[in-house]
Design a protein around this ligand. Structure first.
Ligand code: TYD
Length: 217
């Protein structure tokens, strides 16, 4: 069954996700792009996973700060539960209203972290991603790529994931690059070691050209 893509219908919105390891600059880029598109006249929402909705935020706190150990399968299911809530309550309604939705992390985070790095079969992750999103896929995914040594040195946040060893983050990075290769039409890989203004200019150029292509299709 081909899922009907929210946002593909005339007047529908545009869904961009930003992915990458810790310290890649995803949230700064999401806010910057959001501001620029808004001043260009688009209606935009900038959101992030895990989170974006009150229930998803509670799950986020549990996932990132729980003092008790969370099993690998439970962790995946919690990310997916937060995502299901976020998609239905925030992302889909915005797309139906024709907005541009910019989301810092989405389904590819689960594939890279829970699939590649934690070792869950990617087919299971994909199946749960599809279930949680009811088949909703980003129109465009920007992968901010950089070595984990550089990313982790940039981040000040300390949570269950940033505390993982460097090898974990290497596998996450490898995973992202492999996922991007499988879907070259959806992914654009950007070298996040470049100065922020160059990364931002490139990201805006890609988004604007996709938005123009969407308008004329
Ligand atoms: P966050 O503080 O949002 O990290 P960052 O600023 O790096 O985006 O914490 C989210 C953490 O959760 C991050 O380490 C990646 C992890 N994560 C997963 O493991 N799977 C997922 O599906 C998502 C959305 C996040």
């Amino acid at each position: 069954m081909t899922a009907v893509q929210v946002g593909d219908e005339p007047g529908g919105g545009f869904f961009v996700t930003i992915e990458g390891i810790e310290g890649a600059g995803k949230s700064t880029l999401a806010r910057f792009i959001g501001g620029r598109l808004q001043s260009d006249g688009f209606q935009v929402i900038v959101t992030a996973e895990p989170g974006g909705d009150p229930v998803s935020e509670q799950i986020r706190r549990l996932l990132l700060n729980s003092a008790d150990s969370i099993t690998v399968r439970a962790e995946l299911l919690l990310f997916e539960a937060a995502r299901a809530q976020h998609v239905e309550r925030i992302i889909k309604p915005a797309l139906v209203e024709g907005k541009v939705v910019i989301c810092d992390r989405f389904t590819d985070s689960s594939l890279a972290y829970q699939g590649w790095a934690r070792g869950i079969d990617p087919r299971d992750v994909q199946m749960l991603n599809d279930y949680a999103t009811a088949g909703l896929k980003p129109h465009l995914t920007l992968l901010l790529d950089l070595p984990p040594e550089v990313g982790l040195a940039r981040t000040r946040e300390v949570d269950r994931f940033s505390r993982e060893g460097i090898e974990f983050h290497h596998v996450v990075r490898e995973g992202y690059l492999a996922i991007a290769k499988q879907e070259p039409g959806r992914f654009v890989v950007i070298d996040a070691q470049r100065p922020f203004n160059e990364v931002a200019a490139l990201a805006l150029e890609v988004i604007n050209s996709r938005l123009r292509a969407k308008d004329t299709s």
